[in-house]
Ligand binder design. Structure first.
Ligand code: UDP
Ligand code: MG
Length: 317
């Protein structure tokens, strides 16, 4: 099978028939063999009935129905697990992404040998409250992930070589960072294609509000940490802990030294608690020990984690 199209959706009943018809038209024009997988993320509207209606008439259409709303990442995760096509394409259900982009995305994966091609909504039809923070978000993500050529990490329209989706795990709200996940798994041919973007026709955005940014940045921090130190927490905590402890020790020596000097000179020594070094020594040593213990516990946890020895093996013969 050439292409699997995966569409996560939450309350998008009005858009589905048009989206389905459009995708089918594009696929027929190019003669691809394909499947469409609708992942209904706990919609409370008529979406599932619409999907059932479409699937009853067209064997190339499949549906996955969540019992409740889990989020876009879990929806993508289950879609990825079910996908059978050589190239997997994800797109939003709200008709903001155009199925006309599919042939070119497919060509970039199969002929230009990209692992992942992300859409880039150069001209966006979203309110400023959405586009401005997105710019900032993308700049940070580019820096942290080291994927310098991507302008739009969170574009819903993306194409993947099948290996990529079978070897990454999208969880929580990590759909924003799929290129980063792919890169961490060793898929580094990541490209970008400028895509058309349209204003939402029906319904409202499901990702509004400030929450999105706070969570987005925390997720990025988690990924960065997992990626750099996830399997060796002692290397970061142990280092910091030892460093702090060393400073604490020096401060302690200073306090002791001052006391000694006074005793040798026979002058009355001040109380250790009147020296700032005393407090520095105290905090540094306590913090140092705690960091060290945190690293040690992290090490124990990661040694017991199920994934400790899940390495990406591309091929075996
Ligand atoms: N979506 C989903 N589960 C959710 C929220 C959104 O499957 O909990 C889907 C939604 O139906 C749409 C896509 O994710 O197909 C992108 O959502 P939306 O268009 O609201 O995001 P925006 O384009 O505003 O960033
Ligand atoms: Mg949208």
């Amino acid at each position: 099978m050439d292409i699997s199209v995966i569409i996560p959706l939450y309350n998008e009943a009005e858009s589905l028939p048009e989206l389905y018809a459009w995708i089918t038209r594009v696929m027929a024009e190019h003669g691809y063999s394909y499947e469409i997988i609708f992942v209904n993320d706990g919609s409370t509207d008529d979406s599932w009935n619409v999907i059932e209606g479409i699937a009853a008439k067209d064997g190339q259409v499949h549906g996955i129905k969540f019992r409740r709303n889990y989020g876009k990442s879990p929806a993508l995760h289950c879609g990825f697990a079910a996908a059978q096509g050589d190239v997997v394409i994800t797109m939003d259900a709200d008709l903001q992404d155009s199925p006309d982009e599919i042939p070119e995305l497919y060509r970039m994966i199969t002929e230009e040998h990209y692992d992942l091609v992300s859409g880039y909504k150069q001209k966006r039809y979203d309110p400023l409250s959405k586009t401005l923070p997105t710019k900032l978000f993308n700049a940070t993500a580019r820096r942290v992930s080291g994927i310098r050529n991507l302008h739009d990490f969170n574009c819903g329209l993306k194409a993947y070589r099948r290996d990529v989706v079978k070897n990454i795990e999208v969880f929580g709200e990590m759909h924003r960072y799929i290129p980063y996940l792919a890169k961490s798994a060793g898929f580094d041919r990541i490209g970008e294609k400028v895509v058309h973007h349209q204003a939402r026709k029906f319904g409202n955005t499901k990702f509004g509000g400030l929450n999105r940014f706070v969570n987005g940045y925390l997720d990025l921090l988690t990924l960065w940490f997992l990626n750099s130190f996830g399997l060796k927490p002692m290397h970061v905590f142990g280092f910091l802990g030892s460093l702090m402890f060393a400073f604490g020790f020096i401060a302690c020596a200073v306090v002791g030294g001052i006391k000694l000097v006074h005793i040798c000179e026979g002058t009355p020594a001040p109380l250790v608690t009147s020296s700032p070094y005393f407090y520095i020594a105290l905090t540094m040593m306590i913090l140092g020990t705690q960091l060290f213990v945190a690293g040690f516990l992290g090490e124990l946890v990661s040694r017991n984690a199920q994934e400790r020895n899940n390495y990406q093996i591309e091929k075996t013969i």
